[in-house]
Design a protein around this ligand. Sequence first.
Ligand code: SF4
Length: 322
Amino acid sequence: MREFSFHRAASVADLPAGATIIAGGTNLLDLMKHEVMAPESLVDITRLDLDRVEAEGDGLRIGALVRNSDLAAHPTIRRDYAVLSRALLAGASGQLRNMATTGGNLMQRTRCPYFYDRRMACNKRDPGAGCAAMGGVTRNHAILGASDHCIATYPGDMAVALRALDAVVEIDGPSPRRVPLADFHQLPGDTPHIETALQPGDLITAVVLPAPVAGQHRYRKVRDRASYAFALVSVAAVIRLDGGTINHAALAFGGVAAKPWRDPDIERLLTGREPSDALFAEAADLLLRPARGQGENKFKIPLLRRSLIATLRDATGMEATA
Ligand code: SF4
């Protein structure tokens, strides 16, 4: 780790331009130890007044500094946005959830091992250097939305649930604005080093949830260990039935792309239909039509198919499958 200056910000206006922001530090410190990131200046924002969960219209505004543990345990989140509570509790470990913040969770970077190894070529770390993952160890890599320049995945759980909930990211900075989470994380294309919609000087101040959708909330995470492991694939689902017919289907997928993945076509397919194995198989076919394996990770294609079908069976009251 290299030397850096440290400053504790007292207000949003107190943030110096160009400084690297630290909150929980659960990913940034790893990146600094591996010298993937070597900031000259760190600004701690944990004293800012951004740690409240409060009503906003019919929805909820979650401050960027709300800790993952506190958010998962918040009574309104548990009651009205259960998919988010479940996704948070599926992530990391108790100790990490006590430190990790809502804003920082959105900013966590890929766990592609080549990204963390400075001896290996990586377009995300060094644009134009190449991608050592291609033809290498790809067990955790993307099957959807990848490019010839990068096949890394976004590793988080919280954002997958937020995507299913149509969350919006509130940003302060030179151009204060709100960005739908759908547009916040970027697919790699030919610029894999650009990971989010943030611009220099921007700070995430909150995540805003719309009015809750009553229905069945599920978060299914498949991983190599029962805890403290990133998703091989995950499915966040909010499903509402009305008289035996699906009248709301929101589905987001983790571990499969550089951003929480959502496909409006499968939601349209499911809406207005009665649950059945044939319908769920059709939805899986549609979801996986653009899927491409990269060597070792080809197993994710049938795994995602089974995970989607099992989640839909569970959420619609059919017998859950493994
Ligand atoms: Fe780097 Fe992306 Fe290739 Fe991993 S997959 S080595 S992050 S360019």
